[in-house]
Design a protein around this ligand. Structure first.
Ligand code: ZN
Length: 675
């Protein structure tokens, strides 16, 4: 498929490393790209393993589309045929170009949301083009619909009603009180049943099942009531609903199996395949346990019915997949810190009584994504914490990881968004951030996760929950302060973890600026801070700011009505961070609830409404897209004459529309109507 510039409409800027993290923008959406960092260093076996796993991932796409709404596949088919036909002939100067452009935006929003409802707000999109125009364009490419069962006219009528009638399918998930949530939600997890009937159906299953180790009832099926009034589950299995694509998922999992890294991982795949074939939920639990306990391999993956946010009753799981591998560079960094954990514990400014005699660092849990699919594409999480089953988590543990290359892509793409120019006054501060903000950010996270949370101890007899609602803010502040205190330490230069003894200043500036000002862009006007991480950042910044006032450590300057931060004494700021760390550790170690309450309420909750208003106004002018999603990389297998893979190449040049059309061509096997 050849895609012209007019079709993609991309505004592309290359980052310092030459990689284009930001791609096109439309409606309220910004498309980004992530780099599969470290892929080239993997062995051929690992690359081949990833290749088949990402094929298995891409095959699941249409399941999610149909889960989101029963008409999604039909709507997509019609929109894409029009798009393909029009883009072959259009020059951009047609008299109906406004309608056409609105149509393209609509299609891209549908692609992004895996359906006709906004991925986040869940409201049905309002098309900016007319139904008369649309019908004319569909009829102009009528030949493309020859294979449609029931003919084009019936399909078109149905699709037009879905797109243009604002009174139907208004919300994908309705969570409003006092109405039947199933009847008022457009998602496709139930058919003909009321909320009461569905709840009764699963209450009964629960009551009859294992109370201690319950399976996740209902997670892999559509609940249906037939004409005779019988209520039953249509399971999503290889021979059931969605079987036409589940077959392909299974095929590719079995191809991948030969390249698994150990026998345990082969067993994980075997259990997953068995579950896809039978739909048996006990088998799914067996799979989840095997997966949670399989922590050795470099390459890992999620593939299945996982997240239940799309079902208003929270039972049915949407399909998603993530293929990933350990970030070996990050792992090396954190192993270095972990090996030296005792040195950091011994040298911290904390009272000796609150220190651990024997401390153990935690190794990195950073992964890089190779492909995002289903409910993780294109809008994705930056970390995963699975399995979801509570008893499995309790008895067998879980995997909690950060997706490093996704986080990095967000950070890199944010660079061109104007935030730094708007909120940093001096060129020297801008230079400082340009040079060292990234490395400080990584190091801060490593220190926070590997050492910060694990440092210090509770005094004997102190209840770990004694700080109650303030507990998580205090805990996050403790880990952050441990990181901040050590960022300037020559020990980090000695360990080869920071390029210079000056680099920490970027981390300090970013911390103070964020805590005092810029994180407020995420807070609604009139609201206080509620989330623990935001409270912790505000607490640290405001406390240090107030306690450094006498020495003029930091100041907030007003220039042309705009507020800016200036740090005058970085050394003194370190001393302040050390003092606060010592105090916060005392609060934690002694379970001083009143102390925690006083600190958090005084420094971590309140928002200055005047400053907040100013920050929000400055931010609004930057016109930054509120939602972001990712274009996937494209994997290509090179094969020998027997079809055996000899290498796997990854490329990043595919445009968003191009990618969507490729997926629709290569990974579609479901009928337009799935009953
Ligand atoms: Zn933390």
């Amino acid at each position: 498929m050849i895609i012209t510039a007019m079709m993609t409409g991309a505004t592309v800027e290359a980052a310092a490393d030459g990689f284009k993290y930001a791609d096109e923008r439309f409606a309220d959406l910004q498309m980004l790209r992530y780099k599969v960092e470290g892929f080239e260093q993997l062995s051929l076996k690992q690359k081949t393993f990833i290749y088949y796993l990402q094929e298995a991932a891409l095959w699941g796409r249409d399941i999610l589309w149909d889960q989101n709404c029963r008409y999604n596949l039909r709507v997509r088919r019609v929109l894409e045929e029009v798009y393909k036909a029009e883009s072959r002939v259009r020059t951009g100067n047609e008299s109906d170009k406004d309608e056409y452009n609105a149509f393209v935006t609509y299609l891209k929003r549908v692609w992004f949301s895996n359906g006709i409802h906004h991925h986040y707000a869940c409201d049905k999109f309002v098309p900016g083009f007319s139904s008369a125009w649309f019908m004319r364009r569909v009829h102009a490419c009528a030949d493309s619909f020859k294979d449609v069962p029931g003919g084009l006219d019936a399909l078109l009528q149905e699709v037009c009603d879905v797109i243009f009638n604002p009174n139907i399918l208004q919300k994908r998930i309705n969570l409003a009180e006092g109405v039947d949530l199933i009847k008022t939600s457009a998602s496709n997890y139930y058919e003909g049943v009321t909320q009461g009937e569905a709840e009764a159906f699963y209450e009964k299953q629960k009551a009859e099942g294992d109370a201690l180790r319950p399976v996740m009832y209902g997670m892999n099926s559509r609940l249906v009531k037939d004409a005779s009034g019988k209520i039953y589950e249509k399971k999503w299995t290889e021979n059931g609903l969605y079987g036409d694509v589940i077959k392909h998922i299974v095929d590719n999992l079995l191809l991948a199996r030969d390249y698994a890294e150990d026998d345990k991982q082969k067993e994980v795949i075997d259990l997953l395949v068995k579950y896809y074939r039978t739909g048996d939920l006990k088998t799914f639990d067996d799979y989840s346990i095997a997966w949670a306990e399989n922590t050795e391999p470099v390459v890992d993956f999620v593939n299945g019915f996982i997240e239940c946010y799309g079902d208003p009753l929270g039972l049915k799981c949407s399909w998603e997949s993530l293929v990933n591998f350990k970030d070996l560079v990050a792992t090396k960094r954190t192993e270095t810190l972990s090996r030296n954990a005792q040195w950091f514990e011994d040298h911290s400014p904390v009272d000796k009584a609150f220190k651990k005699e024997k401390v153990k660092g935690v190794s990195a849990k950073v992964i890089n994504a190779a492909i995002l699919a289903g409910d993780l594409y294109p809008s994705t999480a930056i970390g995963i914490n699975l399995p979801n089953s509570n008893w499995i988590r309790r008895e067998h543990g879980s995997k909690s990881v950060t997706i490093g290359n996704i986080t990095n892509a967000y950070n890199q793409a944010a660079k061109g968004n104007g935030m730094r120019d708007e909120f940093v006054l001096s060129d020297s501060d801008k230079d400082l951030l340009e040079k060292y903000a990234d490395v400080c950010d990584e190091l801060h996270t490593d220190l926070h996760e590997c050492l910060g949370h694990g440092s210090g101890k509770l005094l004997d007899g102190v209840d770990p929950d004694s700080l109650k609602a303030y507990g998580s803010t205090i805990e996050e502040a403790r880990a952050d302060l441990f990181a901040l205190y050590y960022l300037p330490d020559p020990k980090l230069v000695e360990l080869g973890l920071t390029p210079s003894t000056e680099a920490y200043k970027a981390g300090y500036y970013a911390q103070m600026q964020n805590g005092l000002m810029t994180q407020l862009v995420r807070v609604q006007p009139g609201k206080n801070l509620e989330e623990a991480h935001m409270r912790n950042r505000a607490l640290i910044a405001h406390w240090a700011f107030e306690h450094g006032k006498a020495d003029n450590v930091c100041e907030l300057l007003k220039v042309n009505g705009k507020t800016y931060l200036r740090i005058n004494d970085y050394q003194k700021l370190r001393v302040l961070f050390g003092k606060l760390l010592s105090e916060i550790q005392r609060i934690k170690s002694t379970g001083d609830y009143k102390g925690a309450q006083a600190l958090v309420e005084e420094y971590g909750v309140k928002v200055d409404p005047t400053l907040h208003k100013e920050i929000l106004e400055r931010y609004a002018k930057l016109n930054i897209a509120p939602y972001k999603g990712f274009i996937n990389p494209k994997f290509t297998a090179e094969r020998d004459k027997d079809g055996k893979i000899t290498d796997v190449k990854v490329s990043y040049s595919e445009g968003y529309a191009e990618q969507m059309l490729r997926y629709s061509t290569l990974y579609s096997a479901l009928p337009l109507v799935n009953e």
